[in-house]
Write a protein that binds this ligand. Structure first.
Ligand SMILES: [Zn+2]
Ligand SMILES: [Zn+2]
Length: 248
């Protein structure tokens, strides 16, 4: 199998071994980079602890917790100190990480960010606590100003489900990639259009379950040959396109 070209393949839902013509069966690592916890995301119905156990059971090596960060759910203007609000925002991740450390699932911190300018959602990887704490009113930025502010940082921005209703497809130059497969069954994400858009603009394509409910398990994700150790590693693998995308 060719590597480094963000090759799209379809694999069985719970499979975490893939076969290649020349190498036979080999171990790969399965990840889901779009998960919500009910601890933080009111639309999520599964607690961080159970999210982790479910993914472990389903053969994932790791997940990124991408709770929703926008004032509807996490409001920096409600009066609490931003540090306290942000601590609440990270509590889903923290609980997931604690459980993951216990049972052997790798848990990474990320966020699904929305700006006041429209209803778009972005999966953002690599934001440091320092950056978030220094930018209290994240939602008041636009994608363009957020991009500008993070351009020298190791931050990756993916437009989530860009072809769902209410979404506005953003210029490719403001994005590192898009979700070319979003497995959420409660929305029509028109994934085939996202995949075509990614190809046309040479954007990185990722896949995730958009996990909110127990039955969202085992849909979507990516496969890698190497185990991802931390958020830095995660960004490196994404940038290098050194993974396959699960399209079911
Ligand atoms: Zn949600
Ligand atoms: Zn989501």
């Amino acid at each position: 199998m060719k590597r480094g070209n963000n090759e799209v393949i379809i694999v069985e839902r719970t499979s975490y071994k893939i076969t290649t013509e020349d190498e036979g069966w080999k171990k790969v690592y399965k990840y889901n980079f779009h998960t919500h916890t009910s601890d933080v995301s009111p639309c999520g119905n599964v607690s961080a602890e159970i999210v982790v156990r479910e993914h472990k059971e389903a053969g994932y090596q790791g997940i990124a917790i991408t709770d929703h960060c926008w004032p509807g759910f996490v409001d920096p203007r409600r009066g609490d100190p931003w540090r306290k609000t942000y601590e609440f925002f990270k509590s889903g991740y923290a609980a997931a990480k604690a459980e993951g450390d216990k049972i052997g699932l790798d848990v990474f911190f990320a966020m699904e960010l929305r700006f006041d300018e429209n209803y778009n959602d972005y999966l953002v990887f690599g934001l440091s606590d320092e950056f978030v704490l220094a930018n209290k009113n994240l939602s008041e930025l636009t994608l363009a100003t957020f991009r500008e502010k993070t351009k020298d940082l190791d931050v990756l921005i993916f437009q989530a489900h860009p072809f769902r209703n209410m979404m506005k497809l953003m210029p490719a130059k403001l994005l590192d990639g898009v979700e070319i497969f979003n497995a959420n069954e409660r929305h029509d994400s028109r994934n085939h259009l996202a995949e075509a858009f990614a190809k046309e603009h040479n954007l990185i394509g990722i896949s995730g379950s958009d996990y909110h409910e127990l039955h969202d398990i085992s849909r979507g994700g990516i496969l890698t040959d190497v185990r991802i150790k931390n958020e830095k590693d995660l960004n490196r693998i994404l940038r290098a396109r050194d993974f396959e995308v699960i399209l079911k």
